[in-house]
Write a protein of this length. Structure first.
Length: 598
């Protein structure tokens, strides 16, 4: 059951308090006084819920589209600026501007300068010091607030490097140094996050209500944050006196922190790898992202309330589903052929296509992809994929009996383009994203999706520990962890392991979960991985074989699929700019991050 009580409280507070103002800035004559809020557990929880609702970075870091007016319509950002897919709408500014490497000191992309949220959380934490609530109530509220604050700082540090570390409520009459705070070193922010997760771990519950962080959500944040810090220390460069970059001497302790946090979750938490359908690996992987009934995989999930929701909602099914099966949109994110090739064959052999072979003659999709591992069929759709009792038709042209080709209208009653392949560039890569699609949603409309997003899940924790194990020279442990993931997935187990294989497994297991872009950045390989052309696959239906009852297709590799919008990533983009505007408002935020003022 969704959090009905929370929704009712949010409705009450939405009417009582204006959207983005701090509710305690209101005078005591405004409906509810400050003293009442901090001394009534329901009101204090509702206040914290309001802060969570305004932590839009949580929603913007997932692949879903969010229907709230303050957020972007198409939140495929983390997918389509990575090497996983492109956005099929050529007008989409994120893809056209940032994906092409045009981010400059003016900023404007994926901004997560979260000090309004930090201030509200600091205020709640301080007010609890004098609250008349019970010790247990205060402990729970403060622990959740500290977790949320640590999440805010993690969202900032992985983008900007060092930022000001503010843990008290600033007042308008404070002195200059207190108000205009300088940036802390990047390592200091990561240390703060990890220290906070350790401190609140014993204060949080083992299992929490949906939408609330448990102690294992704190430990999952530690696992991920420590892994990021270790990566920066291992492959990054210290610049501007440590405002960005972490000394290499710190790498070992951060890798160990990641390893230990992950080990604790795997061994001691009530969570485990989802394996409800062990004899049907495709269904098992599909259902893991849809099943919300006591899903052991999920450590912390963002809940979607569906259409007309007060809280988070999204339109993933409408925007990302196959075009012929949705009420509006469809095919919004098109995976590259290189992404498809990352899926191995079920026997563990590489999935790279022999492009010379497959672009000659006629083929069925089964002949091309039928031997892929189960995660392929659970994560992507393509020509011939079964969907809602029908078949996705993604072909872009029709080969006539005389060998000529048409791409519009029809021939002898056969469409020139498939029902999900028609219309401009819609679906032009030859593939779509299936992960998180709810097949029970018939012709889904905007913002009607109800699928929750697992922000932290067990599959990631296994991969985090495997990566830490490799870097700590424990290959046997890394191999054991990777093989547990592969066994659950239904692909051949590995006999050897190395850094590249661990990274490959992470790419496939977490594909389309908004992890890849920042993985490429923390490994410091984004310049090579993203500054390159990507390709797609065009299907042309052969009329004669269709009439014979065995449809076959001519395949064409579409080189440089992005055309004039080809991706580019430059060294300066490992950190976002602090921006001219922020430094102008607070000169102590300078100097600007490297590369933006050269």
């Amino acid at each position: 059951m969704k959090k009905l009580e929370k929704i009712i409280l949010l409705l009450i507070f939405a009417l009582s308090f204006t959207a983005c103002e701090d509710i305690l800035d209101k005078s005591p004559t405004d409906i509810i006084s400050e003293d009442v809020v901090w001394n009534d557990n329901r009101l204090a929880e509702a206040y914290l819920d309001q802060i969570f609702a305004r932590m839009t970075f949580l929603y913007r870091e997932v692949p879903f589209s969010d229907g709230q007016g303050t957020r972007l319509w198409f939140v495929h950002d983390q997918i389509t600026i990575s090497d996983e897919a492109r956005h099929t709408r050529s007008w989409y500014n994120t893809h056209n501007r940032f994906g092409r490497g045009l981010l400059d000191q003016s900023g404007g992309f994926d901004e997560k300068w979260l000090y309004p949220q930090v201030r509200n959380l600091n205020e709640l934490i301080e007010k609890m010091e004098t609250s008349s609530l019970s010790e247990d109530e205060i402990q729970a509220l403060v622990a959740r607030a500290r977790w949320a604050r640590a999440m805010c700082y993690f969202a900032m540090v992985k983008r900007y490097g060092g930022v000001p570390l503010i843990t008290n409520v600033q007042q308008i009459d404070d002195d200059y140094e207190t108000l205009f705070v300088s940036r802390n070193k990047e390592v200091e922010i990561y240390d703060f996050i990890i220290d906070e997760t350790d401190a609140i771990f014993p204060l949080l519950n083992d299992v929490e209500r949906a939408g609330y962080p448990s102690k294992w959500a704190a430990m999952a944040l530690k696992s991920r944050a420590a892994m990021y810090a270790a990566s920066i220390a291992t492959w990054g460069t210290v610049q501007i006196d440590g405002l960005v970059g972490i000394p290499s001497s710190e790498a070992q302790r951060f890798w160990q922190a990641c390893y230990d946090a992950s080990e604790s979750i795997i061994n001691d938490s009530p969570h485990s790898l989802y394996n409800k359908y062990p004899d049907d690996k495709i269904t098992n992987f599909r259902e893991m992202f849809i099943d919300e009934s006591s899903n052991p995989e999920s450590i912390f999930a963002l809940q979607s309330e569906g259409e007309n929701a007060v809280g988070f909602n999204h339109g993933w099914d409408s925007f990302t589903g196959p075009r012929a099966f949705v009420a509006w949109g469809g095919n919004a994110a098109a995976p590259y052929l290189e992404t498809i090739e990352a899926f191995e064959n079920i026997d563990g052999t590489p999935g790279t296509l022999d492009r010379d072979m497959y672009t000659n003659g006629l083929w069925t999709p089964e002949e091309v992809f039928g031997n892929r591992e189960p995660r392929f069929f659970a994560s992507v759709w393509t020509q011939g994929t079964e969907w809602q009792g029908s078949t996705i038709e993604l072909y872009k042209s029709l080969i006539l009996p005389d060998g000529s080709t048409i791409s519009s209208n029809s021939y002898e009653g056969v469409r020139a383009q498939g029902t999900s392949g028609s219309g401009g560039t819609q679906g032009f890569s030859g593939f779509g994203i299936k992960k998180y699609l709810d097949e029970s949603k018939i012709t889904p409309s905007n913002w009607s999706s109800e699928t929750d997003f697992m922000y932290f899940r067990m599959g990631e924790i296994y991969l985090n520990q495997a990566e830490a194990a490799i870097e700590l020279n424990q290959p046997d442990k890394a191999l054991e962890l990777i093989n547990e993931i592969r066994d659950r997935a239904g692909v051949a187990l590995r006999t050897t392991i190395d850094r590249d294989l661990v990274r490959h497994e992470r790419r496939v297991e977490l594909m389309f979960e908004s992890q890849r872009y920042f993985d490429l950045k923390r490994w410091r390989i984004a310049e090579d991985a993203l500054t390159r052309p990507f390709s797609g696959l065009k299907y042309s239906l052969d009329y004669n074989s269709y009439i014979d009852g065995n449809p076959r297709f001519k395949l064409e590799v579409l080189e440089n699929l992005d055309g004039n919008n080809q991706k580019a990533f430059f060294e300066r983009h490992y950190y976002y700019p602090i921006t001219t505007g922020r430094i102008s408002s607070n000169p102590n935020l300078g100097p600007e991050n490297p590369g933006y003022t050269d």
